[in-house]
Design a protein around this ligand. Structure first.
Ligand SMILES: [Zn+2]
Length: 386
């Protein structure tokens, strides 16, 4: 799936670095500001109002009110998306909430604070409690005019994910430049609950890269800002995507500023350090293995350590493939008895595979590129299970 993505990522990253740096600058909107990150720690200024807002009712799509607006480019993309949905035989849903002014956010927030004050809380406690339900002014993506809440009946609930419309949007929104902004299992990154109804316009190709990598916007911005290109990793290498992703997320680093050393071996200690960089609250500190920490890590060693990490941190590995029949590796007998279960678990979760010739090659030193690939898959599975 990602094979052809990388050339685009390279192009996008090069052209987006200036855009990403501009994200830090409130006044800069030269690139349209479509990938601007807005969250609890990246506020929009109180004076920010988009100057190209369009009423969605003007495009003939169902709306809950004529006040529902998006910025022009996002609105055009929304109209196109709804036409495509209709063409696929899916009834078009209702656009419930788009642009929301700073003043309106303040009003909603203050109403909520007042309600808690009336219940007897002091100002600070009332504000803190309100913030768990209503975005603090300036932290709502809706102020950008790039976010839209979509519903079948006007209500915003998780049930939308299981509607025909919710599923269609989940699969197809990226084609029109939209992303599902707060996917399931990403609250630890976004700070926002799962919202299957809230879509954010970022534009192509950003939406495609984000969707294909299973990222949230925070991860994509981090990738753009900190992703590194290495002189010893080329566009034709099978591991390019994974190395770019893993270094972009700060999980692994190059051996120098411009070299990754993809074919170099890695020590057990180094690998345990890398596990501590995985996203989420997991820790590798409790890992105990039969491995000698100073030695180079083997392929079966990777399986053991990852398996222990998953168990220690209550990460559920996908199990559906366990019911598939796997032919034993042709060198199955070479796998250490204490590693056999972990190797099986990693194989059935789709995290580690054998060589094309059917061997697992258990005691071969793992390469840094292989580690990047294995962790890239592992992260995807972590996300879908938490
Ligand atoms: Zn929303």
């Amino acid at each position: 799936m990602l094979k052809f993505t990388m050339s685009i990522i390279c192009a996008v990253v090069l052209m987006s670095i200036s855009a990403a740096i501009a994200l830090a600058n409130d006044s800069s909107d030269d690139d349209g500001g479509y990938i601007r990150l807005i969250n609890h720690s990246n506020h929009l200024p109180s004076g920010y109002t988009p100057d190209d807002l369009v009423r969605l009712s003007s495009g003939g799509v169902p709306v809950s009110s004529t006040a529902v607006m998006l910025r022009a480019t996002a609105a055009e993309a929304y109209f196109e998306m709804m036409r495509a949905m209709q063409a696929d035989g899916v009834r078009v849903p209702i656009a419930v909430s788009g642009y929301r002014s700073y003043a309106r956010q303040t009003e909603l927030f203050n109403n909520r604070v007042q309600r808690h004050r009336n219940e007897g809380l002091n100002a600070a406690d009332a504000a803190a409690l309100a913030a768990t339900v209503v975005a603090r002014p300036g932290t709502s993506e809706h102020q950008s005019g790039l976010a839209i809440d979509i519903s079948m009946d006007g209500s915003l609930t998780a049930a939308f994910a299981n509607t025909q419309q919710g599923r269609w949007l989940y699969e197809n929104a990226w084609r029109f430049g939209f992303i599902l902004r707060y996917p399931y299992g990403t609250t630890h990154i976004t700070g926002i609950i799962y919202e299957p109804w809230h879509f954010r316009y970022v534009g192509l190709p950003h939406s495609r890269i984000i969707f294909e990598n299973g990222w949230v916007l925070e991860e994509y911005i981090e990738f753009i800002m900190y992703g590194t290109f290495f002189s010893d990793v080329s566009a034709s290498d099978w591991f390019l995507d994974d190395i770019t992703k893993i270094t972009g997320l700060g999980i692994m680093y190059g051996v120098s500023s411009d070299r990754f050393a993809p074919n170099a071996a890695i020590s057990v200690d180094e690998f345990i350090g890398i596990l501590n960089n995985l996203p989420g609250d997991g820790s590798a500190s409790g890992i105990r293995t039969y491995l000698t920490n100073s030695g180079y890590l083997t392929r079966e060693g990777v399986a053991m350590l990852l398996f222990e990490y998953a168990q220690l941190n209550f990460i559920e590995l996908q199990r559906w493939r366990i019911f598939q029949h796997f032919a034993p590796f042709t060198d199955q007998a070479d796998i250490s008895p204490y590693a056999a279960h972990a190797v099986f678990a990693m194989r059935s979760a789709g995290i580690m595979q054998g060589r094309p010739d059917g061997r697992f090659d258990p005691v071969h030193n793992v390469t840094r590129a292989e580690v990047a690939t294995v962790l890239s898959t592992f992260i995807r599975i972590m996300k879908s299970s938490d």
